[in-house]
Write a protein that binds this ligand. Sequence first.
Ligand code: ADP
Ligand code: MG
Length: 701
Amino acid sequence: MNPSLLQTPIDYLKGIGPNRADILRKEIGVHTYGDLLNFFPNRYLDKTRFYKINQLQRNSAEVQVVGKIVNIRTVEQKRGKRLVADFIDDTGKMELVWFRGHKWIRENLKVNTPYVIFGKTNWYNGIFSMPHPEMELVEEYKKNLRTAMQPVYPSTEKLAKSGITNRVFSKCMQQLFIESGGKFYDPLPADLREELHLLPRAEAIFNAHFPKNQELLAKAQFRLKFEELFYIQLQLLMKNLLRKKKIKGFPFDEVGKNFSEFYEKHLPFELTNAQKRVIKEIRQDLGSGAQMNRLLQGDVGSGKTIVALMSVLLALDNGFQACLMAPTEILATQHYNGICELVENLGISVRLLTGSTKTAERKEIHEALRNGELHLLIGTHALLEDKVQFKNLGLAIIDEQHRFGVAQRARLWKKNHLPPHVLVMTATPIPRTLAMSLYGDLDVSVIDELPPGRKDIKTVHRYDTNRLKVFAFLKDEIKKGRQVYIVYPLIQESEKMDYKDLMDGYESIAREFPMPNYQISIVHGQMKPADKDYEMDRFVRGETQIMVATTVIEVGVNVPNASVMIIESAERFGLSQLHQLRGRVGRGAEQSYCILMTGHKLSADSKTRLETMVSTGDGFEIAEVDLKLRGPGDLMGTQQSGVLNLKIADIVKDNDILKTARYHALQLLKEDPNLELEKNKVVRFTYSQLVKKKNIWNYIS
Ligand code: ADP
Ligand code: MG
């Protein structure tokens, strides 16, 4: 097809007047013919044929199968019971599943009687299942009319109101195919298409809109998803390559005194294999001559700090300074104290700079930084102030990256003639799939192993009405010498009410746990930093047994003797936050507990969040659920929402395709890093078009 035809404004399409064109633009971002062609059905109804169970495809289309039920059973699972029926035909077995209305269904299902079932199939653990199938006895089915396989386009209220129905979409697509003669250039190189047996693009597009049958639909979807993900990966990888080529970094090729001495004499524990692997990855980066830009992911308590410290020692050994930036004053202070203790005998100079550092000390620090006497500066945002000038900053470490904006990261760069190496540490596990897509241009290291001897944190959900029992449990724990966190939500929009909740809670806790037997600390966002520190300190030193706080303690705080985390109004927290909070306990040798308190009224999503917390402690698993509940945009925070504006692929479900796409993009770039080969001409062209369009890569590094 003539490429300019794809650029034709949608207003010109037969059947679309100015009003409809306006709605298409506003509602679904369709501006041109090309946009419309890439607006795909999100499901398909296929009553044209019957499928044998061994013909089912993993494409989530809705299909019809004839067979019979041979067995019905109830299965207990975390989220309540479900009813499962084994359904067979002469080619195999699948499962029918119901989550609701068990009794009625069970009573009405006929065993060993032929049924026609219709619905969406899922593929899980090696078997197809169909949740809540439409079912009809074959005998009755025979009386009904059959319709053709039908695409169903996503709709919105406004689309529906203005008459842009499914039929209209189908007609428009037909018109587009007529005008274009169904010919589109193929942006994937021929050798790749052959290797993966991909449909040509034109055929794929046609079958996505007018599937001839299930097999072609599955192939069409695979081809289009692959293409979409391939180009995302290609761009991220290209960007990464360019960065490595263009942005020189200080080569740290020495492993000197600090690193070796620390490793041999002062390491307080044996490193886990994951820690060793990650340190190796970082050392490779630092020695490569290119600037390191690495994301270090590790669940809470996986031991990122020691990795950070050892990277710092490498920087110092090579004659450079380093800084470590944390999102809160409490955290920065804790890093400072912990690291000072670890490097006590190394004779390196470490200072702390935060918003509450006194002017005189501040001046001293500035001076020592400039003349190079100060080796490692730890602090908060205060590190980003213009007055903070390093003599030779070689490594910048950022803890808990999600709190810092991209712009802030960039500001650290300006502090030297070459950019420092950057290590971003996050304890909010980003599902690997998403990390690959969003951070394909960063290198990612993962600590996927906890230090040995960690006990699982017992997590339970309790209703407010059981508060007295919970208090009694707390008293027992405190009697045993343990400490306890009680956390209240604090969300910007309702700050006043939250504050009142916190204070009411504090008062009732103070009544229940009276002095002098009990000592309580309180920390919240409206306190002066000095007061916060004082209260926090008392808790860290064990002078108080209870810490009542808002989420300011969310990240990083380390008090190994604390064994209970109570989260009030737990339904108001997001999953990653709950997981972070829970990570504050379970840091010592004792069995730890996390108690999620809520009222009785809970939304479906809240319930899922609570159930997830109760059933797993694995941060990555939690992140996957979070991703499913909230979508990638929300997960990353508003700055990055909408970044992954995917047309057809699903970042969660199409994980396998994503991996394949990434692999092939990598291979292609290995062979042809500048896209110069004749066979990759289409790739070069498509890439240049995409770069022109200002796609995702402008947002994310
Ligand atoms: P996070 O990844 O959450 O920042 P930390 O670095 O704070 O985790 O480590 C959590 C705790 O585990 C600390 O008390 C630390 O001393 C300890 N730790 C870290 N690595 C190991 C290890 N390999 N063996 C034993 N304990 C470790
Ligand atoms: Mg940490």
